[in-house]
Structure formats: structure tokens, C-alpha cells
Design a protein around this ligand. Structure first.
Ligand SMILES: C[S@@+](CC[C@H](N)C(=O)[O-])C[C@H]1O[C@@H](n2cnc3c(N)ncnc32)[C@H](O)[C@@H]1O
Length: 249
């Protein structure tokens, strides 16, 4: 990612509506059922891995559910984290520095589209380090046509269609447990931004991670909470990200 993007991430991840919503989605998923705890010598807690943990906003929250490790390719990101309830390791998702079947839960939020991620290799690494009958919670960017200046600023190489993303995980051997689009209610705002990008009205490499006025950040956050509540009954046919839960059989 652009260096500035790591500083922005560290600054906004505790309050920005996007991060707060994503963190809530992941935590709600975990709360649906206990993370399985395997018998490991001297350890009675689940082992959790946050892949591409960035500056650790989600990783720190995951630490309430088990022994948590964050791994990221960027030493700068790891150096900017503000708390340390988890353990942090520098490494790549293409070659995870852990032995087979080490983790009971893996999370991987907005990492799979990066240039430095070889997606089939990375998906098989997540499969390898997960225990059998354990799950991974993934958020991936949706719609190839939506590639815009924010994607450039985070050094993205690709976005995914839902069918491509689910095929990626299935081909590795995962069972797909849940899929849905997220941020459907804010999709019109997202599409307008991307259209402005396409016709050159926004600069190149302009990040979406700007600090919004507090009231607007609050409104967006509430809209996302409402969408999440509604998702028990209604599935949005579109959204800027894909929410996917997979299980290693
Ligand atoms: C958009 S940030 C998301 C950070 C974090 N998951 C979050 O949601 O706050 C993407 C992160 O992926 C990391 N990343 C990119 N390529 C990677 C790779 N091959 N292995 C591990 N981390 C990678 C980047 O350094 C960056 O911290």
C-alpha cells in the first residue's frame, strides 16, 4: 500500500464507519458459536490468526476470543499498531510462517486483492494452517468494474465477482458456508465515486479512507448496522464487498 495509507489506517480504524462495521460483522460471526478449542499441549484457548492484519485494529478485538496472532507483510503497519493484546509477526500470506493445522479460526479482511498476494497460493496457505472443521471469515472487494483510485492507493491488483471468489475457495477444498454482498445500502454513494474516478474527476490514487465529519460517519455507521440487522431476512444483490465464510472439512 502507499505508505500514507498505513498512517491513515492507523489513524481511522477505530472510528471509521467502514472499519467499525467490518469489525462488528466479524465479531458477530464469531459470537454465533464458540470457536472450537483443540487440545494442544498446555493451551486451553482457541488459536486465532488475522492475516494481513495491517495496524491491528481487528486483531486486538479478536484477542478477546482466543490466543491471537496478526501477520502482515509490512513492518511499517506492524510498527504503527497502538495496542498489543495479540502477537504480531511479519510474514506473507503466500507463505505463512506457521505449521499445518495451527489455528482454529482465520480472518482475512481486504487483503486478497493486493498485488503482493498470489490468491490461489494464499488461499491454500490459509487452508494449510487451519485445523480441520475450522472456519475462515473473509472480506474481499466486489465487482471488477469498480476498480478505482482507492484501489490504486492500496496497491490492489484485482477485485472479484461473487462466483470467482467462491470458486477460488472451493477449488482449494473449502466448504463455502455463507456468502453475501455487504455495504449494499451505501452502494449508490460507492458507484458515484467510482464513476467520478472513471471520468477523471477524482485524482489518481485517492484513498477512500478519509476522515468524514463526525455526524456523517455516524449516519453511515447506523446505515450499516441497519443493513446488517436486515440481512437476516433480506440479501442485497450488490454491495462494494463480499462477505464469505468457509470451512476446512
Ligand atoms: C487494506 S489493508 C487491511 C488491513 C486489515 N486487514 C484491516 O482490515 O484493517 C491490507 C493489508 O494487507 C497487507 N498485505 C498485502 N499483501 C500481503 C501479503 N502478501 N501478505 C501479508 N499481508 C499482506 C498490507 O500490508 C495491508 O496491511
Amino acid at each position: 500500500m502507499d505508505i500514507n495509507e498505513y498512517y491513515r489506517l492507523a489513524k481511522v480504524e477505530d472510528n471509521h464507519w467502514w472499519y467499525r462495521s467490518v469489525h462488528r460483522l466479524v465479531i458477530d460471526e464469531i459470537k454465533k458459536g464458540p470457536v472450537p478449542t483443540r487440545s494442544r499441549p498446555g493451551l486451553k484457548m482457541p488459536m486465532i490468526l488475522d492475516v494481513g492484519c495491517g495496524t491491528g485494529g481487528l486483531t486486538e478485538k479478536l484477542a478477546s476470543f482466543g490466543l491471537t496472532v496478526g501477520v502482515d507483510i509490512s513492518n511499517l503497519a506492524l510498527g504503527l499498531k497502538q495496542h498489543s493484546k495479540a502477537e504480531y509477526i511479519n510474514g506473507s500470506v503466500n507463505n505463512l510462517p506457521f505449521s499445518d493445522n495451527s489455528f482454529d479460526l482465520v480472518t482475512c479482511i481486504s487483503v486478497f486483492y493486493h498485488r503482493r498476494v498470489i490468491d490461489s497460493k494464499a488461499a491454500s496457505e490459509i487452508f494449510r494452517v487451519l485445523e480441520n472443521d475450522s472456519r475462515a471469515i473473509l472480506i474481499m472487494p466486489a465487482f471488477k468494474w469498480a476498480f478505482g483510485s482507492h484501489d490504486e492507493s492500496v496497491h490492489a491488483a484485482r477485485r472479484y465477482s461473487m462466483s470467482e471468489a467462491t470458486a477460488l475457495w472451493k477449488n482449494i477444498g473449502f466448504t463455502v458456508i455463507a456468502t453475501r454482498y455487504i455495504f449494499g445500502t451505501l452502494f449508490p454513494e460507492f458507484v458515484i465515486k467510482r464513476l467520478l474516478d472513471k471520468i477523471g474527476l477524482t485524482g489518481r490514487r485517492v484513498s477512500d479512507l478519509t476522515e468524514l465529519p463526525g455526524w456523517l460517519n455516524g449516519v453511515f455507521g447506523l446505515v450499516c448496522r441497519f443493513e446488517n440487522w436486515l440481512s437476516k431476512w433480506v440479501r442485497s444483490p450488490f454491495g462494494s464487498s463480499l462477505y464469505i465464510v468457509v470451512e476446512k472439512p
